[in-house]
Design a protein around this ligand. Structure first.
Ligand SMILES: [Fe+2]
Ligand SMILES: [Fe+2]
Length: 297
């Protein structure tokens, strides 16, 4: 799939990362593939705090942790969950997402669609249900938020609940000291606006591509797929178990699926792009089986 009419998301104060992939590269260093032979190399790179990319990741999280407040999430829900911006046929939506290019070398980086296809193909190879394959194909569609002018820190990054205390297990948690919610007594206690084990359906997450894509397709996929979409960046829970006190039994059951999905997202990247022409008929059938002809944004 081509990158037509690229829309440049350039580095600036609000967008410190050269590419959205820099966040994902950082995840890979934090959570290296236990099965990968390059693990040692990743671990070495992780220890390399002189790496200039690490400075941009820090700045990215500083912005994210400073500005993701309870009120900010309410405002973004109002702005985007009406899905009244535009509508387009599903395959045009993938083309649209692929317009997203950033300051990293576009020749060496695989485009957004390749990452989606590699994720879905890895899921398919392991024989999982077809709706999970489709979940892999859709999981980062929410990154179109960048194309609507949203800053990187409001699109990607590890997600976490807002409206209650921020866990110190969240990466770069020291930056929450600049978040006004930690001085607001409605929001700064362990449970904040929530109650013990109230279930994630009652919890607002920091705003980003996960929440957006979940709402975009929530009528069309089975519930485990929706959990994968909505919580795939919720590393503080699916990797660190920092919010067990908000989860209910149903969440715990569903998070088995979120954990199953995560390695396909993190560890399926391969410099060799899949052969789209060969795969196309399968995916056209899959999209037709589950999704309507057009998606609303
Ligand atoms: Fe993602
Ligand atoms: Fe992804």
């Amino acid at each position: 799939m081509e990158k037509k009419n690229p829309i440049q998301v350039s580095k600036n104060e609000q967008n410190p990362l050269a590419s959205l992939d820099v966040w994902e590269d950082d995840l890979l260093q934090r959570y290296p593939n236990p099965e990968s032979i390059v693990q040692d190399k990743s671990a070495q790179e992780f220890r390399n705090y002189e790496d200039p990319k690490r400075g941009t990741v820090r700045e990215f999280y500083r912005l994210n942790h400073t500005y993701q407040t309870y009120d900010f999430v309410l405002e973004k829900e109002k702005q985007f969950l009406g899905f009244d911006k535009t509508k387009m046929p599903v395959w045009d939506a993938f083309q649209f997402l692929n317009q997203l290019v950033d300051d990293s070398d576009p020749d060496t980086d695989l485009d957004q669609f390749q990452h989606l296809l590699q994720t879905s193909e890895a899921i398919r190879k392991d024989g999982h249900p077809d709706w999970m394959v489709l979940t892999g194909l859709l999981h980062d569609m929410g990154k179109v938020l960048c194309l609507f002018g949203e800053p990187q820190w409001a699109v990607v990054g590890d997600t976490f609940p807002v409206g209650c205390a921020f866990s110190d297990k969240i990466v770069y948690s020291e930056f929450f000291s600049s978040n006004p919610d930690i001085r607001d007594e409605r929001y700064n206690t362990k449970y904040g606006v929530y109650s013990p084990n109230c279930g994630l359906k009652n919890v607002r997450m920091s705003w980003g591509h996960d929440e957006y894509v979940y709402h975009m397709v929530k009528k069309y996929l089975p519930e485990p797929g929706l959990y994968m979409l909505r919580y795939h960046s919720f590393y503080p829970q699916h990797r660190e178990h920092a919010y067990d006190h908000l989860m209910d039994d149903h969440d715990r059951e569903m998070f088995k699926w979120v954990s199953l999905f995560n390695p396909y997202d993190l560890y399926s990247k391969n410099p060799v792009p899949p052969d789209w022409d060969q795969l196309r008929p399968y995916y056209e059938g899959l999209v037709e089986k589950y999704l309507p002809a057009t998606l609303n944004f």
